[in-house]
Design a binder for this molecule. Sequence first.
Ligand code: PEP
Length: 247
Amino acid sequence: MRTKLAAGNWKMNGTRAMLSELDAMADAAAKGTAEVLICPPAPLLAAATGHGQVAIGGQDCHSAQSGAHTGDVSAPMLADAGARFVILGHSERRTDHGETDAAVRDKCKSAWEAGLTAIVCVGETLAQYESSNTLDIIGGQLAGSIPDAATGHNLVVAYEPVWAIGTGKVPTTDEIGNVHDFIRARLERRFGAGVGRSVRLLYGGSVKGSNAAEIFATSNVDGALVGGASLKAADFVPIIDALNASS
Ligand code: PEP
């Protein structure tokens, strides 16, 4: 049985004043079995810990454990600040910083060495979606971005169509289900049925309280990676509640 996961990505938003939002999220987390995670900007990590059952994660890490990399944050630093998770290969990192699958794979190894669970993001662009290349793209990203030592504990995969992030556009639940079934099959083929069935698969891209229940009822969707609607408890709590209400 996979534990459901509601993960919030605050991106480059928030100062310490915003951490008060975590209190109501913690209350919602205490009411159900779904895991609740917030990934704030790195300067807020340590201050964001200690809010009940709300786990904390980073939004990226360097592939090296330490060294001469000005401005970067390493996986051991995230763990030391109280993080248990780290998002890797988000499309904004792939676009803004030219992150390749190989770079994401190296970061993932570093995250695992530090004891973090990596949330590896995959997703097609609008042009790739419109030319029916979604599964080829996702298959390539999975193969290239995930190292060999994956387990159900150290890996979460987030399917985030680039064209759905922050746009209000969402694939149909049939489309989401097809991609999630494909990801599950690829993980089972590569890592074996035991590991493949234990890795949690999140959908991300314009998830809101109003569409969460139908997304969570979709095949192989174990939760969501949420951007905009994770910034305020009033928006994120209905998503947490919908995940707890899903079977
Ligand atoms: C994201 O950035 O991972 C994301 C899914 O954003 P949004 O929920 O705002 O579409």
